[in-house]
Ligand binder design. Structure first.
Ligand code: SAJ
Length: 425
């Protein structure tokens, strides 16, 4: 069987490689000549655990190719970005353009699956786009009698850093435009998914994806709100959360400098845009998490002002621990605000960065090794809970002034703000 995957990004490329490994002939479509060339050489343009070896293997075996132009196939998987606009409204133009691209090569019996995180109703819009482009085909939802095509929505739910494991092992929610479409898509996923494949409608599946990430955002916002309340009361929020979580029905997440990545900080807005009147908690959670980043910036600036002779190290720039992904990272936002104001006084430590993200251009702040930062800096601002930071022994930081936004070092001596703080969200 032949499969076309549209979009060779963080989800599309691993998905294409996993389908190819299961034995299908996969054509990856992308609008970037650079990405197409890279994949055809068996290389990857994104960092993800074990991805390079897998892509090299399936390209060498002739199971995966990349191209700028579509070809006929049995199944089409759309995995293109759905960014958010300035006004917090979703932009589904890449999805619609992907549908327009594949429409000319579709034939009766083909399956089209949308995987991109999408506002509710997008799969129906894909069907409409195909129906308009191909009046000769009977498109589900746009014809009488038995349709020629199968169209379904199946969101990806993988965690960056564990993509290849989770692509195979996670349960999949498969929403069909019709129940027949859902059953057909289930047959497709069963070829390479070990988790359960659960079917529903396309609209429900679209909402499920948005709900999962909103759930996490709301729960992180709760932790971030607690952190600011506890800080004002002089209480260690991590102690409070750990103790509250000993209750059998309480499970509070961890506060931090804000929520990063391109999913959790974005997807809740798709729900809000769908029904602004009724999405109070979801919108407020977004606002609390965004405000937490500003709170951390203000707090860090005050500490630096109170210690005018201190050299400052920001520990971590990634959006979460132990990965080299800096997209929408609150750590970058905080460190860049400090770098713009304090310039070369700020040392940046990021073991996962090859160079500095562009946000730091012209600020004078430098990337330094962790050992040098520990030797030279008096004020440490912990922004990411990388394992490498967690394992720094107390004797290397006991005399430092510490602002630990991740609660990494429970044993840090406590003191007044600016004089050797234990940890403060
Ligand atoms: N974070 C906290 N406190 C916590 C947990 C996370 O501040 O207790 C922060 C992290 O530091 C990070 C952000 O939240 O900045 C997001 O990290 P994450 O690990 O929670 O999630 P992502 O963005 O890497 O992946 C999420 C996952 N969704 C859920 O767990 C519900 C993943 O399964 C999705 O596939 C992915 O979004 C996606 O693509 O939508």
């Amino acid at each position: 069987q032949k499969v076309v995957v549209v979009g060779l990004g963080y989800i599309g490329l691993p998905t294409a490689a996993v389908i190819a490994r299961a034995g299908a002939h996969v054509l990856g479509l992308d609008v970037s000549q650079h990405i197409v060339d890279t994949v055809n050489e068996g290389r990857v343009h994104i960092e993800e655990v074990d991805l390079h070896g897998l892509v090299q293997g399936v390209v060498d075996r002739g199971l995966l190719r990349a191209s700028l132009t579509p070809e006929a196939a049995d199944s089409f998987v759309i995995a293109v970005p759905t960014p958010i606009r300035e006004d917090h409204k979703p932009d589904i133009s890449y999805v619609l353009s992907a549908a327009r691209t594949i429409a000319p090569v579709l034939k009766p019996g083909d399956l089209v699956i949308l995987e991109s995180t999408s506002p509710v109703g997008t799969t129906e819009q894909v069907a409409k786009m195909i129906a308009d482009a191909r009046p000769d085909l009977k498109v589900p939802g746009h014809c009488t009698g038995t349709p020629d095509l199968y169209i379904a929505y199946c969101p990806e739910r993988v965690l960056p850093g564990r993509i290849l494991i989770e692509l195979v092992n996670n349960d999949r929610v498969i929403g069909g435009i019709t129940p027949r479409c859902a059953r057909k898509a289930m047959g497709f996923y069963r070829q390479f998914v070990r988790g359960a494949c659960l079917t529903t409608t396309a609209r429900a599946a679209e909402m499920v994806k948005l709900v999962e990430n909103s759930y996490r955002d709301v729960n992180i916002a709760f932790a971030n709100e607690l952190s600011m309340i506890a800080e004002g009361m002089g209480i260690d929020v991590w102690d409070v959360i750990a103790l509250a979580n000993r209750h059998p029905r309480v499970n509070i997440l961890q506060p931090g400098p804000g929520v990063g990545g391109h999913c959790i900080a974005v997807d809740p807005w798709f729900l809000v845009a769908g029904d602004p009147e009724n999405s109070h908690i979801i919108r407020t959670a977004r606002e609390v998490n965004e405000a937490k980043t500003d709170y951390v910036i203000g707090r860090a600036m005050r500490m630096i002002d109170e210690n005018p002779d201190a050299r400052v190290a920001c520990l971590g720039l990634a959006f979460k621990p132990n990965i080299d992904d800096f997209r929408e990272s609150p750590a970058v936002t905080v460190a860049a605000a400090l770098a713009r104001r304090f310039g070369e006084r700020i040392a940046l430590v990021e073991p996962y960065a090859a160079g500095l993200p562009m946000e730091f251009a012209g600020t004078g702040a430098n990337l330094v090794e962790l050992d040098d930062a520990l030797a030279e800096c008096d004020l440490l601002i912990v922004l990411v809970d990388h394992d490498m930071f967690r394992s720094i022994p107390l004797d290397e930081r006991a005399d430092k002034i510490v602002y630990d936004t991740r609660g990494l070092w429970p044993d840090q001596p406590r003191g007044e703000v600016g004089k050797g703080l234990r940890r403060a969200a």
